[in-house]
Design a protein around this ligand. Structure first.
Ligand SMILES: Cc1ncc(COP(=O)(O)O)c(C=O)c1O
Length: 406
């Protein structure tokens, strides 16, 4: 028996992360001394706030270093309950809240706790790359529904109605979204809810991780603000990674019906047990501490969005929506497909475009195919304004060097 025989059948449908592959390639080129601008990674370039770091150090000195309860410390779940009331006007008791090692693990636990073989999960595309793979690991089947640029990359009631079957267990919603920055309005969520009312067996998993990064006059709305009656079949997922720049601390949380939360805790209790005790203490400080910097961060990401959208929209063959939130821009690059580079390479798809931009123009992006919708590239705006300007200038020059295929 060689090593490959050890793999479980369920892994046959799980793709290795394309994003991580590109990130590794970009890092290798950087290590060789190439002037790489990295717009591939979805990580804020701010620092964790000092008061959060101080709370973690205090927790270490206070010996908060032992196992906590599986669902998360009472203090953190109480802070999360307060946060949901304060920011979202939603009532959740600590028993309806679970804390895990990042929003990612919350979603994973939810699928492991709820999916049986043959269960379907509706995943609007473009999607955060992990959703379909996590569904597959949990023995479910992702049903990918294309939500093109013309629809603002958002799920429409029509498309949703057509996708629902008796085996549908979950609808995934992510607003504002990775990779598009598209966000639903209250009216759009109300229209989605209207469809769901006719299908009481379908649950909603609402990934709200970019909640505080909204631009212009757009405001974050939860599906439960638009349709409170869906609360008995909705799981809200959120965390501290993005807005508090705490990706490495690994704290996310879920809020939902107590029976689902108990099932998720059962999964967690037999896997990681609980999230890191020190990170949990730090997250209490994050959630209860000052929130005045949110607006500055959102304003900063809005400026960066505008730099990128304005520059890309002026390039032939590229078209770009102006995202409502998050820190990504997802331009359509249809006009580049089929063109030939000065080296004689034909750009057959968006993976070829991303690879060419990285290898020849030292710019790291992620192809739309990693998010289930092509031909696009995702540009993360978690970089300095200077880097974003230089990156757009590189794209402009690169596109200018292309010639139409003979
Ligand atoms: C849409 C979305 N959900 C969840 C996550 C994971 O967040 P966490 O760091 O809390 O696991 C990410 C991270 O990129 C994301 O983009």
């Amino acid at each position: 028996m060689d090593g490959s025989d050890m793999r479980a059948d369920r892994l046959a449908v799980v793709a290795p992360s394309m994003i991580m592959g590109l990130v590794a390639k970009a890092r290798a080129l950087k290590a060789q001394g190439h002037p790489i601008i990295d717009l591939g990674i979805g990580e804020p370039d701010f620092k964790t706030p000092d008061h959060v770091k101080a709370a973690a150090i205090k927790a270490i000195h206070n010996d908060e270093t032992r196992y906590t309860v599986v669902a998360g410390t009472p203090a953190l779940r109480s802070s999360i309950s307060d946060k949901l009331k304060r920011d979202n006007a939603l009532d959740y008791t600590p028993e309806e809240i679970t804390v895990s090692g990042g929003a990612k693990q919350v979603i994973y636990n939810a699928f492991m706790a709820s999916l049986s073989k043959g269960d379907l999960v509706i995943v609007p595309a473009p999607y955060w790359s992990s959703y379909p793979d996590m569904v597959a690991i949990a023995d479910g089947t992702p049903i990918i529904v294309d939500c093109p640029q013309e629809d603002g990359f958002l799920m429409t009631p029509d498309r949703l109605e057509k996708a629902i079957t008796p085996k549908t267990k979950w609808l995934m919603l992510n607003s504002p979204s990775n990779p598009t920055g598209g966000a639903y309005s209250k009216a759009q969520l109300a229209a989605i809810a209207e469809v769901l009312r006719a299908h009481p067996h379908v649950w909603v998993l609402s990934d709200d991780i970019y909640e505080h990064l909204m631009f212009d006059d757009h405001r974050f709305v939860s599906i439960l603000n638009a349709a409170p009656d869906l609360k008995p079949r909705t799981l809200l997922v959120n965390g501290v990674s993005k807005v508090f720049a705490m990706t490495g601390w690994r704290i996310g949380y879920g809020a939902g019906p107590a029976s689902l939360i108990a099932a998720m805790n059962a999964v967690q209790g037999q896997s990681s047990t609980h999230a890191c005790s020190i990170s949990q203490a730090a997250s209490v400080a994050a959630l209860e501490g000052p929130a005045d910097f949110f607006a500055d961060r959102a304003a900063s990401f809005q400026r960066r969005r505008d730099i990128v959208v304005d520059a890309l929209s002026a390039i032939d063959g590229v078209s770009c929506l102006r995202p409502e939130g998050a820190f990504y821009v997802f331009p359509r690059i249809e006009g580049l497909i089929g063109q030939t580079t000065p080296d004689g390479v034909i750009l057959t798809d968006d993976t070829a475009v991303s690879t060419w931009l990285l290898e020849r123009h030292h710019l790291s992006t992620v192809p739309g195919t990693a998010f289930g919708l092509s031909p696009h590239i995702r540009i993360s705006t978690a970089a300095s304004e200077d880097d974003l300007r230089s990156a757009c200038a590189r794209i402009r020059a690169a596109v200018g060097s292309l010639r139409a295929a003979a």
